[in-house]
Structures are given as C-alpha cells and as structure tokens.
Design a protein around this ligand. Structure first.
Ligand SMILES: Nc1nc2c(c(=O)[nH]1)N[C@H]1C(S)=C(S)[C@@H](COP(=O)(O)O)O[C@H]1N2
Ligand SMILES: [Mo]
Length: 224
C-alpha cells in the first residue's frame, strides 16, 4: 500500500476541534475545521507558459477538442461558495471559487452516450476518476479564482477542478485534460489505498479495510 494511506491509518487520534452547533451538520465525521488553507500535493508546483496552455478533451467524444484559457474565460463565469473536506481530516467552510461550471462546459464536448466515467488529468501525471453523473451536479467548477483572486500556483494556477461533495483529492489542481471513458478506472490515489468514491459524509477514506484514525499530517504542511 502507498505510504500516505499507511501513515493515515497509523496516525494518533487528535481531539476534534469545537464547531458551532449550527455548523455541526456541515462537518463530516472525523474532520476538524481549519481557517487556514493547507497546501497538499505530490511533486513540484508546475510552471506554465500560458499561451500554450490547453485543456484537452478526449476519450469517448465525437471529436477530440482543446480549449485555451481565453476560450474558457470567455464562457459564463460562475461564483460559488462551498465547504471542502480533505481526507487528511481538515475541512474548510465557505470557500469561494469562480470559474466555469462543468455542466455549462459539458454540452460543448460531444460526449458519446457510453462515456459515463471521467478521468481528470492534471500535472504532474496526476489523475483522479469521477463518474460523469457526479460532475453534472450544479456545484462542480473548473475554477480560475479563489476568494476573488487568481489561483496561486500552489493551489492550482491556472485551473483546477472543484468537486465539493467528495474528498478534496478529487479536486485536481493544474488540470490538463478530461477523458471520458466507458468503464471506470482508478486514478492516482484511488490506486494507492484510497476509496474509489470518496464521500466524506460516509467516511469513504480508504479502499477495502476499516477506517483509519484521525491524523495531524496536514498541520505540518505548507499553508497560504
Ligand atoms: N494535480 C494535483 N492535484 C491535486 C493533488 C496533487 O497531488 N496533484 N493533490 C490532491 C489532494 S490530495 C488534495 S488534499 C488537494 C489539496 O489542494 P490544496 O493544496 O489547494 O489545499 O489537491 C488535490 N489535487
Ligand atoms: Mo489530500
């Protein structure tokens, strides 16, 4: 099993921070609220030449497509506020994002009826799988901005996905492609000990075995 899943399972319990009773229903089991914004990823923060940046659409589509940043920025931009939940047990309430709703992009993509599963491709060689049905929800965003500002490089500049109802590893930073597939296929963390679905309210952290214990790995990581 991958080290990260192993470390999470073996970590010591951490006391749950107090959360206001009116917000308690928004905090999934085993999570702690943080005001900060931890930075978590594998590998280096990618550096881009923006004129060359493309979002590639491929797999079960009528025709492969590419979108430039300008094309995506010319589309309708939507602002939304949502809660985010990381499998390393931090949750952050009321995060504000802005960008293109996936459901606004989808009609332009010519997806074949059999393309019911999606692999999100990102730098560096990151990938995560989400069923198309999940991405068709009203709150799935290809986000350019966080809190009214362009994404910082560490949080996914120029474009990241936001999938609020699943653990945050599904919200790929630095996205480069959207692949439509006939069959589901596990992404990077999904192949390395993490749950394929990843619903935080059902505590779907790990694949197979029982749930791990609370952990404080994220408290040592970078923030901004
Ligand atoms: N491209 C890419 N996206 C990624 C990751 C990664 O390693 N590479 N890590 C994921 C994980 S595990 C988490 S918790 C969130 C963290 O996002 P943040 O650094 O903005 O908090 O990004 C997700 N998206
Ligand atoms: Mo994560």
């Amino acid at each position: 099993m991958n080290n990260k899943a192993e470390r999470l399972k073996n970590a010591k319990p951490m006391p749950q921070a107090e959360v206001d009773a009116s917000l308690a229903h928004r905090l999934p089991p085993g999570q702690t609220v943080t005001e900060r914004f931890p930075i978590l990823h594998e590998g280096e923060v990618p550096v881009y030449s923006l004129p060359d940046w493309r979002l590639r659409i491929f797999g079960e589509v009528e025709k492969e497509l590419e979108f430039s940043l300008e094309q995506l920025k010319e589309m309708k931009q939507t602002e939304q506020v949502c809660d985010i939940h990381c499998v390393t047990r931090w949750s952050k309430f009321d995060t504000k994002w802005e960008g293109v709703l996936f459901k606004d992009l989808l009609p332009l993509l010519g997806v074949k009826p059999e393309g019911r599963y999606v692999m999100i491709h990102a730098d560096n060689d990151y990938e995560t799988n989400v069923p198309l049905e999940d991405l068709m929800r009203d709150d799935i965003l290809l986000a350019f901005k966080f809190d009214g500002q362009p994404l910082t490089p560490k949080h996914g500049f120029p474009l990241r996905l936001i999938v609020p109802h699943l653990y945050f590893w599904k919200s790929a930073k630095w996205i480069t492609g959207i692949e439509f597939m006939k069959e589901d296929r596990p992404g990077f963390w999904e192949r390395n000990g993490f749950h394929n679905v990843a619903d935080p309210f059902r505590e779907e952290r790990f694949s197979g075995e029982d749930l791990g214990l609370p952990e404080d790995l994220w408290k040592e990581c970078d923030y901004d």
